[in-house]
Design a protein around this ligand. Structure first.
Ligand code: PLP
Length: 403
């Protein structure tokens, strides 16, 4: 069956007055400071593209019914999710494994609360998505870092350090960010096997955050952690969502995949204490949008990935050519590009000042992701190319004044 291409990723969409966290001046002021309300935002991870039309159509159809009472949404939602993972990732998920939550960050907090105790340690691989550390700390657990290392220009896991760290009996959970935000790695099967085996030998439950699993650049393949072996499936919990893939984050819908019946039951009982029913909470429109995207937006996604790849090439070639010494790490997955500014010889604070004050651009600063992120910057490249070009030109001009 053919499809009509009805999207244009080059088109700039005005997001003002939509409450967009990325663009809202009051949020920029809180996050970046007074006077920074009008920065060009390439920070928080949502896209400046319209979601696929099928998503809007499905929601409009349901909206028109005008009764939004308690709704059984499970069947269509999990069927769409199961079919998607089968088609895109060749992974067979059983319906009973799927529980829901209103987002991956809430799920992270619930898992920390249910599967560790105050004072326990939770391992993360820094530099990494900062709400992990925030969730660990705000729940009274301790952050244990297993820093990634850069080997020949590519981030790698440090397995020797991992083995030492998880030997501590206070480590109850290890967070796997796969693909990895912000370093853009799509972990190989071998890497995931090593990571999983070390965790399992030490009885550490793996929490696999696979929210970026559909944002994979040509030539790379995401391996679903739980699909690697029955042992991994039984000793882990995976969380995924269509929210990054199809730009649905405001709809607050994500899934927990828990193949182990005991873990699932424990989590279901915990869900009851949150007042959301044993299978977790879903939002009516979040579930409808997710199912519609999984069922009908594959061509949109395939095209999006090519656009992101071209955006990445623009960013990398422009920054590296015009600011010699800056290194943009190869993007294997996600739409978040990670750049190393350290060899320019300016301080982390100076880099930030140049980017915000001189260039007028909002980026996620590397030190937000952990101490080892200082001197790095994360560019959200999921925006129309004219916006990306404007931001890159401004960043280059800003730095040139000081070099
Ligand atoms: C690794 C990772 N996990 C979770 C999230 C956010 O998930 P949610 O919006 O479902 O809470 C993000 C958003 O950037 C992310 O990069």
């Amino acid at each position: 069956m053919g499809f009509e291409k009805d999207w244009n990723f080059d088109k700039i969409i005005d997001r003002s007055n939509t409450g967009s966290m990325k663009w809202e001046p009051s949020v920029l002021r809180v996050k970046f400071g007074k006077g920074r309300e009008n920065l060009l935002p390439l920070w928080v991870a949502d896209m400046d593209f319209l979601s696929p039309t099928v998503v809007r159509q499905a929601m409009e159809e349901r909206l028109a019914h005008q009764i939004y009472g308690y709704t059984m949404i499970d069947a269509g939602y999990s069927e769409a999710l199961i079919s998607w993972y089968q088609r895109r990732h060749q992974w067979t998920i059983k319906k009973e494994w799927v529980l829901t939550s209103p987002g991956v960050v809430p799920a992270t907090n619930y898992l920390i609360q249910r599967f560790s105790s105050p004072g326990d340690k939770v391992l993360i691989q820094t530099p990494v998505y900062y709400p992990f550390a925030q969730s660990i700390v705000s729940n009274g657990r301790l952050v244990l870092e297993n820093p990634l290392k850069i080997v020949e220009g590519r981030y790698q896991m440090d397995f020797d350090d991992l083995a030492k760290k998880v030997a501590d009996p206070r480590v109850k959970l290890a967070v796997l960010c796969s693909p990895h935000n912000p370093v853009g790695r799509v972990w190989t099967r071998e890497e995931l096997e090593k990571f999983g085996n070390i965790c399992m030998e030490n009885h550490v439950l793996v929490f696999a955050d696979e929210i970026h699993c559909d944002l994979i650049m040509p030539g790379f393949k995401h391996i679903c952690f739980q699909d690697i072996s029955e042992k991994f499936a039984q000793h882990s919990i995976a969380v995924n969502a269509a929210s990054k893939t199809f730009n649905l984050a405001g709809l607050h819908q994500s899934s927990l995949i828990i193949p182990n019946v005991n873990l699932r039951n424990e989590f279901s009982i915990y869900n009851e204490t949150l007042g959301v029913g044993p299978r977790g909470s879903s939002t009516l429109f979040g579930a409808i949008a997710t199912a519609a995207a999984y069922n009908g937006a594959e061509p949109w996604l395939d095209d999006l990935l090519l656009y992101i790849k071209d955006n990445f090439i623009h960013l990398k070639t422009s920054l590296e050519a015009q600011l010699p010494g800056v290194k943009v790490f190869d993007l294997e997955g996600t739409y978040l590009a990670w750049a190393d500014f350290r060899s320019l010889g300016l301080s982390n604070q100076k880099n930030i000042q140049i980017i915000e004050e001189e260039a007028g651009v909002a980026l996620d600063h590397g030190d937000w992701f952990g101490e080892n992120g200082a001197g790095f910057e994360r560019f959200n490249i999921a925006c129309p190319r004219p916006l990306l070009k404007k931001a890159v030109t401004a960043v280059v001009a800003g730095f040139k004044k000081y070099l």
